[in-house]
Design a binder for this molecule. Structure first.
Ligand code: IMP
Length: 189
């Protein structure tokens, strides 16, 4: 799903995405940036070519930012129903504020990592809605829309989403820095 979303955005910049299957460590850390940075360097040392790793999380205001960096574990354990249950006493829309954050760490070498961040504010819906997307998409409604991410096409989700914003910043950087990129690629060959 993440690859599909990255492709939808990066094609606008003439950039193709090549997924690679490499095992990486997802460290336990409060910062998405540190998690992505660590994994990008680790993967770079294995593949020795510039590589991007993306890490994301959902931060719910009334739960003090939970599940945040633990979003993946929480999704697999309590799931969407568990999150809705934790918020069941918060009937007021304002109490259901949440933020999605995506961080892309692009390793050009072991000690040169560029980071891009995308942030999308929104609310947790009252019920699970929509059949598209993945993860928390059926319960997240971005600011400016009345639909959940799961009720949108990839293009529409990317317009609003944390990942769309992060990959647009990455795409712009790639265009501006094509010379740095060619040098890093030459070095890695
Ligand atoms: P990770 O970045 O793969 O660690 O993802 C963290 C968790 O957040 C996973 O459970 C994903 O399913 C979820 N997640 C990440 N991005 C999105 C998104 O765009 N929509 C919905 N859930 C997401």
């Amino acid at each position: 799903n993440k690859i599909r979303e990255a492709e939808a955005v990066l094609k606008e910049f003439g950039v193709r995405v090549k997924p690679i299957a490499v095992t990486k460590t997802e460290i336990q850390h409060n910062s998405l940036e540190e998690i992505a940075r660590f994994a990008a360097i680790q993967v770079y040392t294995k593949v020795r070519t510039p590589v991007a790793v993306e890490d994301s999380g959902l931060f719910i205001e009334k739960l003090n930012g939970f599940p945040g960096p633990y979003s993946s574990y929480v999704y697999k354990t309590i799931g969407l129903k568990g999150i809705l249950k934790l918020l069941e006493d918060y009937k007021d829309w304002e109490f259901r504020k949440a933020t999605f954050i995506a961080v892309i760490a692009y390793a050009l070498s072991e000690n040169n990592v560029v980071v891009f961040k995308g942030v999308t504010e929104g609310h947790i819906s009252f019920e699970i809605r929509g059949g598209g997307g993945f993860g928390y998409d059926p319960i997240f409604i971005p600011q400016g829309s009345i639909r959940t991410f799961a009720e949108m096409s990839i293009e529409e989700k990317s317009f609003y989403s944390h990942r769309g914003k992060a990959f647009r910043a990455f795409g712009e950087w790639l265009i501006k820095n094509s010379d740095i990129l060619s040098k890093a690629k030459e070095k890695s060959l």
